[in-house]
Design a protein around this ligand. Structure first.
Ligand SMILES: [Zn+2]
Length: 70
């Protein structure tokens, strides 16, 4: 039984999502980088997550700026 050096897409996408909530361990970040070398889909998924996060940040700033209006 050998441990496969590359994580599955499912593991990597869950790590990308977990990264939004917590700081990943070095080996978890390395696992993402390593997987991205051999996978075309997961980097696209990461970009979508980052785009979504930026949109949410912008929305939060908008709400904070609007908070005094009540
Ligand atoms: Zn993948």
């Amino acid at each position: 039984m050998t441990l496969h050096p590359f994580r599955t897409c499912r593991e990597v996408t869950s790590l990308v999502l977990a990264r939004e909530d917590r700081r990943l361990a070095l080996r978890e970040r390395a696992a993402i980088r390593l997987h991205f070398l051999v996978c075309k889909a997961c980097p696209v998924f990461e970009r979508q997550v980052l785009t979504m996060r930026n949109a949410l940040d912008g929305w939060r700033h908008y709400r904070e700026g609007d908070a005094s209006d009540d």
